[in-house]
Design a protein around this ligand. Structure first.
Ligand SMILES: Nc1ncnc2c1ncn2[C@@H]1O[C@H](COP(=O)(O)OP(=O)(O)OP(=O)(O)O)[C@@H](O)[C@H]1O
Length: 643
């Protein structure tokens, strides 16, 4: 799934709100700095008092002076305690308003979206995001506390080192700077890797959940190999993301070693040189005290806090502030809610070869009968001007297996919105394969397929909002007729369901509304009519019908052809039977080597195979009548390829 790639770790999107917040809280931040300065004093004294106690006191035989400096150490510890109390008291004044501000922003954004968005409001969003503000509050508190502690502890320690002897500074400053630089370099890639891992984990978990729920359907249709094939890349993606994150974690450990441990080693190694150049034992011990009791823990805490709470804070703030601007989903489509994210990873075999039980937020309100006769408006895909083609295939090649001969070979095709395309051809020519590619259940070896501008792979995650496939073997499950019909549109209004039952002559199966259907007791015609009615009930912009009239008697066939002929969606129908192409209606003839696209009349003129099919398999009356009615030129659409 393509999300907008927030460059996690990149401060720019968060910097402005953070600075604005800091400006508003200048007073509290000033108080925090004042208390923290006391912490610097404590750190300063921690080393300085040790040096003086040794050099001026115990090593010079002046025990009293030594004890006085030790007393200063105790006073420093007490001052540190005071500083800690002050810091925690002041911290609340900074962090609580941050939480309040985030909650306000999230609620405002959610309510605004609920009022302005045509899609149903996701009321769970408020509580979900309020929980995220709590995470932001905790993480921000932790990060602020640790960064502040590091800065003021370092200030105290470095001032102390400079006061003891400026020669000590390079032994600490150089490795510290190197370690922190290396750590900073890991922030952005590591945040990105963390996000990758989170994404991969979410996709895999959602896929596993849906697979579990769809287990019955998967086993009923023998779709297990397809599901396994779909799971494999998700598992690989998660493993790859975890390895990448582990590699960056190793770099981070190196950074910690450089910043925190190398100064100790450097000081120990340089001890002879430092002592011989005039440094006193007290000063050396004080330097080691600064490094081991102040700097090392502060650096450790800083890197750990930034690596964990910091990353979490960046991700959560991106989500919260992205929520406010609506930047939480792929560009060009509405932001996905959780059910859609789940639907995204749903096994395709269950989603399209069989309809899914899950109704996603992308489904718009069911069209009324009058709306059905209006111009189609794709329910979830944002309108664009000029309208995008309903479907395009660009240089598409597909074969069942790496060594198999291609079923479709470098096929180009453009289907305009609202167009009704008929696909014909001899058995095995690849008609069902073409529908599978459009539905996203098969993927081309080469070339691109788009539905309303979205790749077929992505479009399939939109479910019925992108397309509905009625396969050759319609799927009916053991449940009452109504459940079977509303499988794709659970909130279909009762009058529409009644209309579907009438239109597809299903009244005999609806007499006992609570009685589950027994799929094995249904005739092929009944199964097909149920699947057609189910598809007809959806407000999908693209219907893919594979042999919709197979097994139907003449009356049902005529009714079906009529109802789909006036359907406002783009309809691509594969049929051995010629359902009387209308004037100007384009027909795609697949015959393996040379697919032809044109009107019925043009194909009759140009293709012997088409004439043969029309004469042998079609309905002579329909073909005959239409052949005189069709006056459009060859390849009338202009976009399609005549090959
Ligand atoms: N799952 C599959 N594995 C391997 N080959 C397949 C598979 N499905 C179809 N084929 C082969 O691909 C070719 C195209 O099949 P497809 O079902 O798309 O043709 P079709 O034109 O729809 O045929 P029909 O009109 O008989 O339904 C055929 O040779 C078929 O045997």
């Amino acid at each position: 799934m393509t999300r907008p790639r927030y460059t996690d770790g990149a401060p720019s999107p968060l910097l402005r709100p953070a600075l604005a917040f800091a400006r508003r809280r200048k007073g509290q931040l000033g108080a925090l700095a004042a208390w923290s300065l006391l912490e610097s004093v404590r750190t300063f004294l921690t080393g300085y008092a040790v040096a003086r106690a040794l050099d001026d006191g115990f090593l010079s035989g002046d025990v009293r002076t030594g004890l006085l400096w030790l007393l200063a150490l105790v006073a420093a510890a007490l001052a540190g305690g005071l500083a800690d109390a002050g810091v925690f008291r002041t911290l609340g004044g900074v962090i609580e308003p941050l939480r309040d501000s985030l909650v306000r922003r999230v609620v405002r954004a959610t309510l605004t979206r609920a009022v302005t968005s045509p899609t149903p409001a996701d009321t769970a969003r408020v509580s979900r995001l309020t929980a995220q503000t709590e995470i932001a509050r905790d993480a921000a508190g932790g990060v602020l506390l640790t960064v502040r502690s590091f800065l003021f502890t370092s200030l105290g320690a470095l001032t102390g080192l400079a006061a003891l002897s400026p020669r000590l500074l390079p032994f600490v400053l150089i490795p510290l700077a190197a370690g922190l630089t290396l750590f900073a370099a890991t922030l952005r890639p590591m945040a990105a890797r963390q996000r990758d891992l989170l994404d991969a984990d979410e996709h895999l978990a959602a896929f596993a959940g849906e697979t579990d729920r769809a287990a019955r359907d998967i086993s009923a249709t023998g779709a297990a190999p397809l599901v396994a094939a779909e799971a494999a890349p998700l598992i690989t993606a998660e493993a790859t993301a975890a390895f990448a994150l582990a590699r960056w974690s190793a770099v981070r450990v190196t950074a910690l070693g450089l910043a925190a441990h190398l100064p100790v080693a450097a000081l120990l190694l340089a001890t002879p040189t430092l002592l011989s150049s005039g440094l006193t034992p007290g000063e050396l011990l004080a330097a080691l005290t600064y490094v081991t009791t102040a700097l090392l823990p502060a650096v450790n805490a800083l890197l750990t806090a930034l690596g964990t709470a910091g990353s979490r804070l960046v991700v959560v703030l991106h989500r919260l502030l992205g929520e406010e601007t609506g930047e939480t989903g792929p560009p060009g489509v509405p932001a996905p809610s959780l059910p859609e994210a789940v639907h995204t990873a749903m096994p395709t075999a269950v989603r399209t070869a069989m309809p899914t039980a899950r109704h996603t937020a992308r489904h718009t309100a069911i069209a009324t009968p009058t709306q059905l006769h209006a111009k189609p408006s794709p329910p979830a895909l944002r309108p664009t001007r000029p309208p995008l083609p309903a479907a395009t295939l660009h240089d598409v090649t597909f074969a069942y297996g790496p060594d198999a001969a291609p079923v479709l070979d470098h096929l180009d095709l453009t289907v305009e919105p609202g167009e009704h395309l008929l696909v014909v051809g001899p058995s095995g020519a690849g008609k069902s394969t073409l529908l599978a590619l459009l539905a996203g259940t098969a993927h081309p070896r080469h070339g691109q397929i788009h539905l309303a501008g979205h790749t077929a792979r992505y479009a399939r995650t939109l479910g019925t909002a992108a397309r509905v496939l009625v396969p050759q073997e319609p799927y009916v499950f053991e449940a009452p007729l109504r459940d079977n019909l509303t499988y794709l549109t659970p909130d279909a209004p009762a009058p529409r369901i009644t209309e579907a039952i009438d239109t597809f002559a299903l009244a005999s199966l609806a007499s006992d509304s609570a009685r589950p259907l027994r799929p094995d007791h249904l005739t092929p015609s009944e199964r097909r009519r149920i699947a057609l009615a189910r598809a007809w009930l959806t407000p999908t912009p693209l219907l893919l019908l594979d042999e919709p009239t197979a097994h139907l008697d003449a009356g049902a066939r005529a009714a079906t052809e009529l109802v789909f002929a006036s359907h406002p969606a783009t309809v691509i129908t594969v049929s051995h039977h010629f359902p009387a192409p209308g004037p100007g209606q384009r027909v795609l003839l697949l015959d393996g080597a040379t697919p032809y696209l044109g009107t019925h009349a043009a194909l009759l003129r140009e293709s012997a195979l088409y004439r043969e099919l029309a004469a042998g398999l079609g309905e002579p009356s329909a073909v005959g009548s239409r052949s005189t009615a069709s006056t459009s030129s060859w390849a009338g659409g202009g976009h399609a390829q005549e090959r």
